[in-house]
Design a protein around this ligand. Structure first.
Ligand code: SF4
Ligand code: SF4
Length: 253
């Protein structure tokens, strides 16, 4: 018995002091893209648009718009741009409240706002979520799961994943919602008592991601459920997911 206790003492506290301190991000982390529209000329032959595997980029009058909801953060667009108009910053705060807010024209992003006062009273101190994997590759689920480890310690914010939708305040959905998962998702949603929330995590759940436009998928959660929070990424970093959840619950001071 003494050995585990000594080991605990040796290891000390492992939980990261987020949000008081900024998270430590890995060396190769790619965060919020930055578009320098002043550099974005027409002499490039739309190289970035052609390189993008998901159609996340579109040409506008002023330059290029990047749909963060479709973006895989693969950086192919930055690699082929001859003008250096696209680069990836280390900004991990990416969650938004509205789908429209994910359309990035420069490097400004309208981050998610908190729930209204009535909803905050209900969910602000205790939020129980049922996770639904609606297709996808399971990387998003992995990054959601690590929120339960002691580094992130999701429970200290009063947020918890539960086994039954009947015990949940909302759904956290990953994957593009395949036709095979559609009914299961709808039934799970119906089993959650109102009022309830939907959180779409990852490019797949927001827009279909790499599966966008496939007849086997719904192109994300939006077509069948009302989404309250979008967390972009493929997969989103756990800090991006946690930041989004805390924004929704107005827990970032
Ligand atoms: S980083 Fe995003 S916008 Fe750029 S090519 Fe990849 S998916 Fe497309
Ligand atoms: S968004 Fe990317 S990481 Fe998440 S399920 Fe889809 S393909 Fe996998």
């Amino acid at each position: 018995m003494i050995k585990p206790l000594l080991e605990r003492l040796r290891q000390g506290r492992r939980t990261f002091p987020f949000p008081e301190a900024d998270p430590e991000l890995p060396e190769r982390f790619r965060g919020l893209p930055s578009l320098d529209t002043a550099r974005c000329g027409r002499d490039c032959g739309d190289a970035c648009l052609k390189a993008c595997p998901t159609g996340a980029l579109s040409r506008t009058e002023k330059g290029v718009t990047l749909d963060l909801g479709c973006c895989l953060f693969c950086a192919e667009c930055a690699a082929v741009c001859p003008n250096g108009a696209i680069r990836f910053t280390r900004e991990y705060r990416l969650a938004a409240s509205k789908r429209q807010d994910l359309l990035l024209k420069e490097d400004t992003l309208r981050l998610a706002s908190a729930l209204d006062r009535k909803a905050l009273k209900l969910f602000g101190h205790s939020l129980k979520l049922r996770q639904v994997s609606a297709g996808g590759c399971n990387a998003c689920e992995s990054d959601v799961n690590v929120l339960n480890t002691l580094v992130f310690d999701l429970g200290r914010f009063g947020i918890q994943f539960v086994a039954s939708p009947r015990h949940a305040d909302g759904l956290l959905v990953t994957g593009p919602v395949t036709e095979n998962m559609r009914l299961a998702l709808e039934k799970t949603w119906a089993a959650v008592p109102a009022p309830k929330l939907v959180i779409a995590v990852g490019a797949c759940a927001i827009s279909g991601g790499p599966y966008r436009g496939r007849p086997e998928t719904l192109d994300g959660v939006g077509p069948c459920l009302p989404v309250d929070l979008y967390v972009p990424g493929c997969p989103p970093h756990p800090w991006s997911i946690l930041d989004g959840l805390l924004r929704l619950l107005d827990r970032l001071g």
